[in-house]
Design a protein around this ligand. Sequence first.
Ligand code: CMP
Length: 155
Amino acid sequence: MEISVVLVKPDGVQRGLIGEVIHRFERKGLKLIGLKMISLTDGILEQWYAHHKDKSFFGGLKTYMKSYPIVAILLEGKDAVATIRKMTGITKARDAEPGTIRGDFAMSQQYNLIHASETVEIAKKEKDLIFSREEIFEWDKKDLQNIYLEDELRG
Ligand code: CMP
């Protein structure tokens, strides 16, 4: 099973959408294996957004991501990274498809409510930046047999 990291960004926290975001991923059948509220630091953000460090919006992005606490969510599921990216919608939220989280709740390119890991490798890096070993829970989710075929669970 893949893991993916979702952040409810400062605008999502301010707008009271933490529960909505978690609810959508839970209802989809993804397994919640980590959850925490934290204040991001320059140290974390410089690693998190290393691929954006030369972009004109990098300074503003860091200021925004530090402006209020964020909620980090660690999810597990088959093809979790691509599935969560689809449910998230594109960066420019006002153009995001209705039915996606950004499409349903946001208008901005920067204030786009949530972050979702881009690839499996990036998800691993992001997990290690935010969650310690003790903050990750490998619990037995009893309804996985109703969510996946047995073959899918083994694969
Ligand atoms: P995300 O795609 O999750 O990761 C990079 C973030 O940078 C993006 O969400 C936005 O919050 C922000 N971002 C991307 N493009 C711009 C832009 N042109 N101006 C301001 N912020 C941006």
